[in-house]
Write a protein that binds this ligand. Structure first.
Ligand code: CP3
Length: 346
């Protein structure tokens, strides 16, 4: 499995055939997912290793993507650590008690042996999944401190992350303790997945685009770096991804990534102009093209391949997650189209 071409691309070894996976490839766009999840809440399903493994493998089986992404959520670690959090369908993660004061941070559960033991269903799910996937690599993931902490501070999804950004500015020491706690929380979750068999990781900082480069460097970068440091001694590529984060590519790379995920707002060749030579990239087909004609979609796929062609390595992905109402057949056809482009290139 160590020779899977997707892992090669992430290490700067180009293959003739493009490698592709999709963020949110597991989930509501698949009828087999909806059938399996029926009657189980999202977060309960994440604690059932057999279910997690089956859901992770479903899109690999159906679409023939080149990697599985571990089925879980960025707030699963918080729940395993003992916090009250649910995922409200159609809304997103909602915390029982928002974290906004020093006393709230004091009351966060310790991340000790009890938390390590609570990660056992994650390890078990990874082991089952890796056995099932065979030669297809499994990508592990975690949420970055800013994105996870923003759900904790706001109490739920938010457009502007105003309370979070206000906390950073008005009580920087309280923010630093909270972000440090999340770094440890997500870092241990990431390490557990790799030690159980995941062969690459992705750190999701989905909402980090709300920050200026100054704010990122001052208040966030060291915490994201602390998260990634939990796996930096292990031989796995580390992808770092943010939405609307074109202005943060360099500081996010400097947080300890070995490859950068790019969303659909920035062309890959423009990202490569900013990034150091030799850096593998991932991305970035506009998810909107899933709702266009095949002609438009395949033209976008070719343009993404061209834009990524001078990178040291390129893993094709969408610019953000698969929307729940995407037609699964469109995804399957897109994967086979991308794989065929390789046959022509070779
Ligand atoms: O296929 C995969 O990508 C694997 C699993 C995965 C999920 N969430 C499953 C999920 C991953 C990698 C995530 C990460 C995640 N979770 C992120 C970062 C990635 C991104 O999309 O930016 C974020 C911001 C979250 C928080 C979150 N969890 C949101 C915003 C939502 C959607 C809420 C909704 O109903 O619209 C969730 C729920 C969630 N996570 C679902 C899935 C499959 C939907 C749950 C359901 O089936 O009802």
């Amino acid at each position: 499995m160590a020779d899977a071409s997707l892992l090669g691309e992430l290490r700067g070894v180009r293959a003739a055939t493009p490698s592709v996976w999709f963020m949110r490839q597991a989930g509501r766009s698949l009828p087999e997912y909806r059938a399996l999840r029926e009657g189980t809440t999202m977060l309960d399903s994440c604690e059932r290793p057999e279910m997690v493994s089956e859901i992770t493998v479903q899109p690999v089986r159906r679409h023939k993507v080149d990697a599985g992404i571990f089925f879980s959520d960025i707030v699963v670690p918080a729940r395993l650590a003992g916090l009250g959090v649910e995922i409200k369908p159609g809304v997103g993660p909602v915390f029982d008690h928002p974290i906004r004061t020093e006393a709230d941070v004091d009351a966060l559960p310790p991340l000790d042996d009890v938390y390590d033991a609570a990660l056992e269903p994650i390890r078990e799910a990874v082991r089952l999944t890796v056995a099932e996937l065979g030669t297809t690599p499994l990508i592990g993931f975690a949420g970055a401190p800013f994105t996870v902490a923003s759900y904790m501070v706001e109490g739920g999804p938010s457009r502007d992350h105003l309370r979070t950004r206000a906390l950073m500015r008005s009580q920087p020491e309280v923010w630093a303790r909270l972000a440090g706690w999340v770094a440890e929380l997500s870092g241990r979750f990431l390490r557990a997945q790799v030690l159980a068999g995941a062969s690459a990781v992705q750190l999701f900082d989905s909402w980090v685009g709300a920050l200026s480069e100054d704010m990122y460097r001052t208040s966030v970068q060291s915490h994201s770096a602390a998260t990634l440091a939990h796996v930096s001694d292990l031989p796995v590529p580390r992808i770092h991804f943010g939405v609307g984060a074109a202005h943060l590519l360099t500081p996010m790379l400097e947080a300890g990534a070995t490859a950068m995920g790019v969303d659909h707002r920035l062309r890959l060749d423009q990202a490569l102009d900013v990034l150091p030579p030799g850096l593998p990239v991932q991305g970035n087909i506009d998810p909107a093209t899933l709702f266009t004609s095949e002609e438009v979609r395949f033209a976008e796929a070719r343009s993404v391949l061209t834009a990524g062609s001078r990178a040291a390595g390129h893993v094709v992905n969408l610019g953000h997650g698969v929307p729940p109402d995407a037609d699964p057949q469109v995804l399957t056809d897109l994967v086979s189209y991308l794989h065929e482009q390789g046959a022509q290139r070779a």
